[in-house]
Design a protein around this ligand. Structure first.
Ligand code: SAM
Length: 252
């Protein structure tokens, strides 16, 4: 029998929910691979989580540094890299204030909604400055922006399917329940459920707040820092995943 403590630990484990909610997403990988190959030098991923992108790029021979503010997620990334015999430098730091010894990155990436988790304009500006300080001249900064309110009107949309994952006899499911516009942000509420191997259900609500920011706003802020704005790229929506616009900036 699985005790209450183990069930409480499972429902609170950030690695599990990161994997459930992010790890199956693949629509953007072709773009990061293309940018990393074109950059021809070391790559820094901001907000890498458990390594969905960092592991993929390292497996393709790129020299990858992976940075996240959540130590548990980086711990999972590091052990996955070891299991696959991949060398990734994992750094616990805030994307708004990091200072790394290496300052010659050819490419800095912010996949998924990382840029929208910086707590508003000041945080985003701080991310832009920190990233710029670590890029070589001519290096590329590529930041994805997603709009969870894009697409078909709510009354025409099918209800979303939950993200589901099984691990060691446990079944974890995360279902988006509501998307609320808030001042300067969009809040997404998810119902997270964990069913233990003996069939006991534990559940909790989790909210994530994404800053509402347009590609134009991000490009204007980057241009103020002297970065050159390059043509944007897009990642198409697939299944229940919204698409994104990827802002491409070049360090002077
Ligand atoms: C949506 S996940 C994306 C994970 C990964 N980039 C991917 O595409 O699979 C957002 C990540 O950003 C990290 N994050 C949020 N705020 C951060 C900050 N201020 N500094 C560094 N990482 C941050 C979170 O811990 C989380 O791992």
């Amino acid at each position: 029998m699985v005790g209450l403590t183990a069930r409480a630990a499972a429902i609170a484990d950030p690695v599990i929910w990161h994997d459930v909610e992010c790890s199956a997403y693949e629509a953007d990988l072709a773009l990061w691979r293309e940018l990393a190959s074109a950059a021809g030098g070391p790559v820094l991923e901001l907000g890498c989580g458990t390594g969905r992108v960092a592991l993929d790029l390292a497996a393709r021979g790129h020299d990858v540094t992976a940075l996240d503010s959540e130590p548990a997620l980086l711990g999972a990334l590091a052990s996955r890299a070891r299991a696959r015999q991949l060398r990734i430098e994992a750094v616990v730091a805030d994307a708004r204030s990091f200072e790394l010894a290496e300052r010659d990155y050819a490419l800095v990436l912010g996949p998924m909604q990382v840029t929208q988790l910086m707590g508003g304009r000041d945080g985003r500006d701080a991310l832009l400055s920190s990233a710029r300080a670590h890029l070589r001249a001519g290096g590329t900064l590529a930041l994805a922006l997603a709009d969870p309110l894009e697409g078909v009107p709510a009354e025409e949309a099918d209800p979303p399917l939950p993200d589901v994952r099984e691990r060691d006899g446990w079944v974890f499911s995360s279902l988006p329940m509501a998307v609320h516009p808030e001042p300067g942000a969009i809040r997404i509420d998810r119902l997270r459920q964990a069913v233990s191997p003996d069939g006991k259900l534990e559940e909790t609500m989790a909210s994530i707040r994404l800053d509402a920011v347009t590609p134009e706003e991000l490009e204007t802020a980057a241009a103020r820092l002297g970065m050159r704005v390059r043509p944007r790229r897009t990642v198409e929506p697939v299944g229940d995943y919204v698409g994104s616009v990827v802002v491409i900036l070049e360090a002077p």
